[in-house]
Write a protein that binds this ligand. Sequence first.
Ligand code: C2E
Ligand code: SIN
Ligand code: SIN
Ligand code: SIN
Ligand code: FE
Ligand code: FE
Length: 505
Amino acid sequence: MAKAERILIVDDEIVIRELMSDILTDEGFSVASAPNGMAALKMLQESNDFVVLFTDIMMPEMDGIELIRKARLVSPALVPIVMTGYATLETARAAVKEGAYDYVLKPFNLSEIKMSVTNALERCRLSNENASLREITELFNISERIASIRSEDALLEFVLNAALERVEAERGSLMLVSDDGLEMTVARGVGLPQDYDHAAVHVKNSISGWVAENVKPLFVEDIRQEPSVDKLSWQLRDNSFISVPLERKGSALSGPDACKGRVIAVLNVTEKRNQKTFTEADLKILSIMANHAAAALENVRLLADVEDTQREIVFTLGEIVETRSQETGFHVKRVAEYCKLLGLKCGLSSAEAEILRLASPLHDVGKVGIPDAILNKPGKLSVDEFDIIKTHAQMGYDMLKVTKGHVLQAAAIIALQHHERFDGKGYPNGLSGKDIHIFGRITGIADVFDALGVKRVYKDAWELDRILELFREERGNHFDPDITDVFFANIEEILEIRDSLSDIE
Ligand code: C2E
Ligand code: SIN
Ligand code: SIN
Ligand code: SIN
Ligand code: FE
Ligand code: FE
């Protein structure tokens, strides 16, 4: 690298600034940081060689969105990326609309940050090379889609189709490298001869095998000019093709085995439309897509592991809560399903709604810290006793906040906020309106709906009519009016869930 690219980090928390600086410095970048928007703008005015801006969203005085707006006036070529906690995912999306190029979620995931920077730098390079704006926009729409896909099958499918579309190829395949590195299997194919479906080839006698072993793309304009390659090809009908490796990043292997295991898959395309020949630009587009696809594929595989673990933890913790408070397990199961339904109907993505479903059973996890005599007191609580009960929200948050991973982070927020009220009269922090995370607002509604309908040590079950009456009264007071409307609009489905997960069974 002739000159390290300069990156500016803006966050009011020193820990975040230091963490990000360390990560990016290790990656060979030249990093500067600022504790607030004003200081950041000053640095941008004084030096015009910053390439990427990482900024927190919620900062006193000038928030990240305003900083991005102002920074772009000072330095139009700067690529802004926002850093955000789960609490502000919606805000992060808004920031992307405002011109932020990407967002990374706290707590940070190393590979996510690297991928984000790599993408940003590629975007700069592409802009510099004067590629058409449409081209860039499309490529980055594709990258965004690639990064958002959560299942391996869907990812492979999308990558292959998008690649074929972008370079106007009629035939192509994605070949996965086997665990032992000896075989390549067709995971996805388009326009291939029929018997190629899920066919396997040895790495030593195929084009994709060569690409995997050498960790190098292969671009052939006319295969007849290259007999050594021609020998390897699988009855290609066309003379021109491109094969690019999906390379695992950050592998520390060196020495003779350096290449081994670095390539996860190979993307092949051939038969460009209208008998045209592929170009260097096609190769570049495919290489970029392969980069993103590789990172995404690794993430998807990692996430699958992590989510299994999280599911287990969530389940175990959930069971503890149930035993302690003498509630039946069906309470948390119903709450989970109500939450998912309301989430979807409120417009959350299916991934977010699923996270909410998995996380919401932990809303009362902090009750493990409440003395039995209070928690299971048959009658009404005294004011002091209720004050102690109220600590379960903060305690739940404190237990969960140290965790990593989407589900448990979401659970932490839910534990903290499920007793906040829309009118600001809730606890522990008296938040109001949309300051309460949507996960907290939804779980609050689901929890009360279910708590009222069942018998507790301290109360009888309420009739449905009385419950709905309370919901009408509390619309806009205890409960978010919009979510309350969604609740009533979907009451049939809510009651179906209630019946199918009834305690009596
Ligand atoms: P929980 O039993 O899971 O109840 C959750 C929430 O449902 C309550 O939050 C409240 O908003 C609503 N809710 C439950 N029962 C009633 C009711 O009879 N009338 C009304 N208007 N709302 C109800 P809240 O009040 O913050 O209570 C939090 C937790 O404190 C409860 O969780 C329960 O574990 C405990 N708790 C509350 N009141 C009493 C009580 O009088 N005696 C005992 N032993 N525990 C209580
Ligand atoms: C924080 O800054 O710690 C909260 C997360 C965010 O708003 O970005
Ligand atoms: C290969 O040669 O490895 C497969 C290429 C293709 O058929 O797309
Ligand atoms: C999303 O779908 O945008 C968020 C869910 C996730 O990060 O897994
Ligand atoms: Fe609670
Ligand atoms: Fe509850």
